[in-house]
Design a binder for this molecule. Sequence first.
Ligand SMILES: Cc1cc2nc3c(=O)[nH]c(=O)nc-3n(C[C@H](O)[C@H](O)[C@H](O)COP(=O)(O)OP(=O)(O)OC[C@H]3O[C@@H](n4cnc5c(N)ncnc54)[C@H](O)[C@@H]3O)c2cc1C
Length: 323
Amino acid sequence: MSKVTFYTSDTVFDLKGLPKHLVIIGGGPISCELGQSFRRLGSKVTIISTKKRLLTKNDPDASKLILQTFNQQGIETVFCDKIVKVEQKSDQIEAITKEGKKISGFHLLVAIGKKPSLSRLNLEAADVTLNEGFIEVNKYLRTRNKRIYAAGECIASYQFTHVAGFLGYIAVRNALLPFSSSAKLSLIAWTTFTSPEIAFAGVEDLFEGLNAKKYSEVNFNLEKVDRATTDSDTTGFVKIYLSKKQRIVGALVVSPRAGEIIHELILAIKNKENISKIANLMHIYPTYSMLVQQAAIKKTEESLLEGFVGKIIRFVTKLNLFF
Ligand SMILES: Cc1cc2nc3c(=O)[nH]c(=O)nc-3n(C[C@H](O)[C@H](O)[C@H](O)COP(=O)(O)OP(=O)(O)OC[C@H]3O[C@@H](n4cnc5c(N)ncnc54)[C@H](O)[C@@H]3O)c2cc1C
């Protein structure tokens, strides 16, 4: 790698022309967002991932749909165990996988994640300690030095601008005002800005809760949403995750503008709302947000027809048919 010219998400924007063939190492959000953008601009794009699927931090159904979309758009994807060598071969770069597959292209983008670069700051001199390369803080974001607080990607947290902003606010608040606030996140939300967008929000224990069958899910497909039909863009779906009491604990929206649509669900998660609240909330027709309402209506109707109340409703319906 040391003899190969490669770009990162910081330097790729310095490119003076459109790459003829861009090879991207990594299958995460930066790779998928930039890969799709370059493809749309006209580059040939190959994404090499050492994971089993793209966007592993997202739901597998979202990864599957993005892979299908990439296939349709002519973005090549290579999944392998390991990349063993990357070489410069005159004006081309060649990556060789453990399985022996050779992938060549004219430009290389490496998007395999990032870590804070703290070594040059000599933080030990200020009694600020590190843990696995990140600054150690307590729940109030205070370091071991009581006069120093830390926030953002230099501490072990989610790598998002809105999280860094929230933590920065808490750190400043705690540094300057009495009665410290906890920086513990009650929920997390993010969007991957591919097309379609993938927006996610959920309580901290969402995935453990799903594995333990503590939470269930309701799905609805974008194909049944009129706004998507009129735009001829029906690739997408919503999943809403529910507690046993039908309270919303998480959501995944794959759709155009999913990053906007998810916000009503973020509020619902924060307020532990029952899904029927979304079903009964007025939504404007025809909007993409009706994807969320239609999923909520589907679940609310299903719940109504369950149990004792459901039996009565079904009985009354039968009587109506009879008379
Ligand atoms: C290509 C790309 C796309 C992204 N897209 C999104 C997105 O769509 N949504 C989202 O939420 N997040 C996105 N992110 C992540 C987001 O950019 C980061 O999570 C966020 O910027 C973290 O904020 P921060 O303040 O911790 O760090 P940074 O924004 O990196 O800020 C750190 C600052 O510290 C300065 N600095 C570093 N060392 C020193 C030093 N020794 N002395 C003084 N100053 C120093 C740097 O110059 C910089 O200004 C993206 C990241 C990348 C790379």
